[in-house]
Design a protein around this ligand. Structure first.
Ligand SMILES: NCc1[nH]cc(CCC(=O)O)c1CC(=O)O
Length: 352
């Protein structure tokens, strides 16, 4: 193996750019957890980097239980999937970490940067049900497995004839419980099924009007050390600005809501529409951010449109926080902006 740039005195970014073939002399250590989904996602990012001329080695990273508790405490309590990879990155055992964005806590980590958010997969949730059925086609009392309070709360609104059972596990074990007859159906992210090549097993795609995804669902985060300018720049080439704008809005909602409540939250941002003279000069055009939250057993939706992703997220959060503050019955006059697919004022019975 040829010596790497890591063992030579550090070069400035400008010096590296002058070196012919400089990118090929440094092998990138791309960290991945061991699950099929994680290795598939990491492999996809590795291939994108290889297509740009980089040499990439996949590095399996042990789960959080193997790591020092001190480092984990530094990072924070949530995000067990992300913690081990982030620790490995901070300790210079890997150069690049690939995460499912929806599993990544919204709080930034000092020393790390989200160098790229590549183009997202389908953000919707799908159903895998027995006998090719849809949720509407399942009989009264049929059992649907999900470990997600967000999914359970929305199922209670649009499919109240179904029972929810709290389940955990990877894609294979969750679908396996339908195949074995333990469950009538499970709800999963379309993106996960697509990435492992099993999207054809979905029996129904749930539209946003019924089921809003987790903020960031379907998108990946490519994380680097912020002082590693070369790797950060190489990874930044994988960024999709439209996806980044959408997930910024979705995560801004989550960040503001996490400060004010612990409700299950769904959200999706969509670009497009107002690209004409009224679009405020934003070349990305207008964005619409739609959110769901189950606030103390009362499920509500709100929708906002505008140009700035982060302020949209905050605006939407403030609508939910205002709902929460008005502890009495929901105010029908407080309906969202015209055109919203509002499903408010439902009473839910949450099983999880
Ligand atoms: N919480 C688990 C998880 N984290 C990321 C995905 C895959 C979908 C994605 O990348 O958003 C899944 C599986 C699921 O929710 O069904």
């Amino acid at each position: 193996m040829t010596p790497t740039l890591r063992h030579t005195p550090p070069l400035t970014e400008a010096e590296q750019e002058c070196l012919p073939g400089a990118t090929a002399t440094r092998r990138l250590r791309l960290g991945t957890r061991a699950s099929e989904l994680a290795t598939t996602q990491a492999g996809w990012v590795a291939d994108l980097l290889r297509a740009r001329g980089h040499q990439v080695d996949l590095v399996p990273v042990r789960t959080e239980g193997d790591e020092s508790t001190a480092s984990l405490r530094e990072i924070g309590g949530t995000g067990v999937f992300a913690s081990a990879l982030r620790t490995a990155l901070l300790e210079d055992r890997i150069d690049v970490a690939v995460h499912s964005l929806k599993d990544l806590p919204v709080a930034p980590v000092p020393g790390l940067v989200l160098a790229a958010i590549p183009e997202r997969e389908d953000p919707r949730d799908v159903v895998v049900a027995r006998d090719g059925l849809t949720l509407a086609g399942l009989p009264e009392g049929a059992v649907v497995g999900t470990g997600s309070p967000r999914r359970a709360a929305q199922l209670a609104v649009f499919a109240p004839h179904l029972q929810i059972r709290d389940i955990r596990g990877n894609i294979d074990s969750r679908v396996g419980q339908v195949r074995s007859g333990t469950l009538d159906a499970v709800v999963l992210a379309a993106a996960g099924l697509t990435r492992v090549g099993r999207i054809d097993e979905a029996t129904e795609v749930l539209p946003f009007v019924q089921m809003l995804p987790a903020p960031g669902q379907g998108a990946l985060a490519v994380e680097c050390r912020d002082d590693d300018e070369a790797v950060t720049a190489w990874c930044a080439e994988l960024d999709d600005p439209d996806t980044r704008a959408c997930v910024e809005a979705e995560r801004a909602l989550l960040a503001r809501l996490e400060a004010g409540c612990t409700a299950p939250v769904g959200a999706v941002a969509r670009l497009g529409g107002a690209t004409g003279p009224d679009s405020g000069g934003d070349p990305r055009g207008a964005m619409t951010l739609t959110g769901f939250a189950d606030l103390q057993g009362r499920a509500t939706r709100h929708e906002v449109s505008g140009a700035d992703p982060v302020s949209l997220g905050h605006q939407l959060a403030d609508l939910f926080l205002a709902d929460l503050a008005s502890t009495g019955t929901p105010d029908p006059a407080g309906a969202p902006t015209a055109g919203a697919d509002h499903a408010g004022n439902h009473t839910t019975e949450r099983d999880t």
